[in-house]
Every structure is written in structure tokens, then in C-alpha cells.
Design a protein around this ligand. Structure first.
Ligand code: NDP
Length: 327
């Protein structure tokens, strides 16, 4: 039998956390043969709710779940974890400036970076979900210099999956037959959902949809604004789809992407496709042996070029703002 893997979820008493922990305990993230020990962290005001989540995990009697650590102590939470899913963050409240949210969250990620660096398992894989996800991940990376940059990522898989969902609905095909969409850039409204290399059953999506106006317009804005549409409908932000996407992200990273398929991940940019280096930027990646590689050599047309640049400029500005908040 395999040794259990310790998986950290921060903000575990929140709504994404509540959807995510049972998925992990059922083997959806790491596989149906991989036992897990869940480490759940939250802040003291959420301690009682966190304990309630722990009680429910016990009550669910998950066969793969070999232990639960529910704590408000960041060192205890980070100790020995091989996977860290960072969901905890200060929510944007009405009337709050972008800079105020940024300031709160980057300081949280700065302080958690040292606990991870010192106490997590070597080679721990980190996924940041809390917004601003790309920039929180960058701060985590910069303040945990001993964690390899390739181990720190942010979630754009939900946006990727939303793009697959929109194409599948439009063409009335199985979502599993839609492949190789790309989310470029920031997990924000400047993200660029790109279908220029996407296929269904091996045929280009553009040839099948035969409606460039929709693909270059409403399709993009629907994916970009899907989060707001969910809040409007549900009165809460997306949680089950965010949790499911987090599982997809880690599963593909650890177990590999299927041959001929790529996924979108926010990763430390090396300047591929002439986007800014040194920010966490979402690229098409393939994964093998626990490592991601940016897919190279895709043709970028003029329309796409502008969009890749725009979201890159936003990330550079966010990086500057984050540093000004920290100093
Ligand atoms: P959620 O579980 O709904 O969301 C958590 C974070 O994920 C938010 O930052 C949210 O950003 C972000 N997020 C990223 N992508 C998505 C997406 N597609 N849909 C929805 N959210 C997304 O928030 P809750 O408030 O329910 O839970 C947060 C938890 O974090 C609480 O338990 C709280 O106690 C804890 N917390 C921890 C702190 C710390 O560690 N110091 C500080 C503050 C809170 P957005 O707000 O933009 O939707």
C-alpha cells in the first residue's frame, strides 16, 4: 500500500474549502489508490467552523483519509505537506479598493511563504487559488527563495474548464471531446481564452463553430465574466467548480497530462511567447513526471498578440502594486 500524502488546504473552513476537502479525501486529486492526510488551516475566528468540517470528514468515513489536522497554527499546518492548496484569503468587500485587498492578501502570502519554506516536504507543490491568485503566488515565490520556482503555481484551470464548457455547449458535443483551449495571463478579466489551437475530434474549433464574431467576442467575455455571473445567480461565488478545477490542476501536474493534450496553469514566466518574464502567467503546459513544461511554438496571430500583451501589462502592474504594499 502507498504511504499517505499530506495535503494542505488553507482557508479550509471557507466555501471552496468545504467543497474541496471531500474531493481530496475521495481520491479525486491524487488518485483512487493514494491515501491522504488532510491538513486544514484557517484563522482563529473560523476555528470552530473548521472543527465542524473535521467532524464531517470523520462522519464521511472516507477509506483513503488516514488523518485530519485542523489547526490555526501555520507551522503545524505546513509541516510535512507535499501538496499545498492555498485558498485562504481576504475577500474583496464592497467599497474596498483593489489596493486594499492586494495589501491584505500579499502580506498573508508573504508570511505563509516562510512557514512553507521551512516546514513543508522538500519538493512540495504549491497551488494558489486565493485572489489575486497570480500575484499572491509570485509573492509566495519571492519570499520563499528555497522553494523552486517551478513548484509554485496558480489556478487558471477553472477558466480553462469554463472555456471547454462553453465550446461543448455551443457545438453540442461532449466536453471531454474538446481539447487544447488556452487561458493566457492573469486570472482576472484581462485573461485571454484562446481557441485558435483547440480541437474537437481532431478538427479545429474555429472550423466547426464557423462564427469568428462569437469566438472573438461573446465567447471570450462569457469566460472572463463567468465568475460574476455565478455570483449573480447563486449569491455566492463559484465553489464546486473552483474546487474541482483545483483537483484537476494538481492531478494533471502530479500524474501527467494525456498524450496530445495540454492544460492551462499559472506558472513562473520565463518570457515564452514574449510575455513578461518574472511574473506568474498562465500558459498552455504539458506535465510529465511531476513537472510542467510550457508548450512552445504555437502561432500567435495579431488579435491574440494584443490580448497576451494586455494581460501581461496588468500582471506587471500588479507586481509593482504588490511590492509597494509590502514596503
Ligand atoms: P472562498 O472559499 O469562496 O474563496 C477563497 C478565495 O479563493 C478567495 O480569495 C477567492 O477570491 C478565491 N477564488 C479564486 N478563484 C475563485 C473562483 N473562481 N471562484 C471563487 N473564488 C475564487 O472564500 P470564503 O470567504 O468562503 O473562505 C475563505 C477562507 O479563508 C475563510 O475560511 C477565512 O477564514 C479564510 N481566511 C484566511 C486568512 C488567512 O489565511 N490569513 C485571511 C482571511 C480569510 P475572491 O474573493 O476574489 O472571490
Amino acid at each position: 500500500a502507498k504511504e499517505p500524502v499530506r495535503v494542505l488546504v488553507t482557508g479550509a473552513a471557507g466555501q471552496i474549502g468545504y467543497a474541496l476537502v471531500p474531493m481530496i479525501a475521495r481520491g479525486i486529486m491524487l488518485g483512487a489508490d493514494q491515501p491522504v492526510i488532510l491538513h486544514m488551516l484557517d484563522i482563529p475566528p473560523a476555528a470552530e467552523a473548521l472543527n465542524g468540517v473535521k467532524m464531517e470528514l470523520v462522519d464521511a468515513a472516507f477509506p483513503l483519509l488516514k488523518g485530519v489536522v485542523a489547526t490555526t497554527d501555520v507551522v503545524e499546518a505546513c509541516t510535512g505537506v507535499s501538496v499545498a492548496v492555498m485558498v485562504g484569503g481576504f475577500p474583496r468587500k464592497e467599497g474596498m479598493e483593489r489596493k486594499d485587498v492586494m495589501s491584505k492578501n500579499v502580506s498573508i502570502y508573504k508570511s505563509q511563504s516562510s512557514a512553507l519554506e521551512q516546514h513543508a516536504a522538500p519538493n512540495c507543490k504549491v497551488l494558489v487559488v486565493a485572489n489575486p491568485a497570480n500575484t499572491n503566488a509570485l509573492i509566495l515565490k519571492e519570499f520563499a527563495p528555497s522553494i523552486p520556482a517551478k513548484n509554485i503555481t496558480c489556478l487558471t484551470r477553472l477558466d480553462h474548464n469554463r472555456a471547454l464548457g462553453q465550446i461543448s455547449e455551443r457545438l453540442n458535443v461532449q466536453v471531454s471531446d474538446v481539447k487544447n483551449v488556452i487561458i493566457w495571463g492573469n486570472h482576472s478579466s484581462t485573461q485571454y481564452p484562446d481557441v485558435n489551437h483547440a480541437t474537437v475530434g481532431g478538427k479545429p474549433v474555429r472550423e466547426l463553430v464557423k462564427d469568428d464574431e462569437w469566438l472573438n467576442g461573446e465567447f471570450i467575455t462569457t469566460v472572463q465574466q463567468r465568475g460574476a455571473a455565478i455570483i449573480k445567480a447563486r449569491k455566492f461565488s463559484s465553489a464546486l467548480s473552483a474546487a474541482s478545477a483545483a483537483c484537476d490542476h494538481i492531478r494533471d501536474w502530479v500524474l501527467g497530462t494525456p498524450e496530445g493534450t495540454w492544460v492551462s496553469m499559472g506558472v513562473y514566466s520565463d518570457g515564452s511567447y514574449n510575455v513578461p518574464a518574472g511574473v506568474i502567467y498562465s500558459f498552455p503546459v504539458t506535465c510529465k513526471n511531476g513537472e510542467w513544461t510550457i508548450v512552445q511554438g504555437l502561432a500567435i496571430d495579431e488579435f491574440s498578440r494584443k490580448k497576451l500583451d494586455l494581460t501581461g501589462v496588468e500582471l506587471t502592474e500588479e507586481k509593482e502594486l504588490a511590492y509597494s504594499c509590502l514596503s
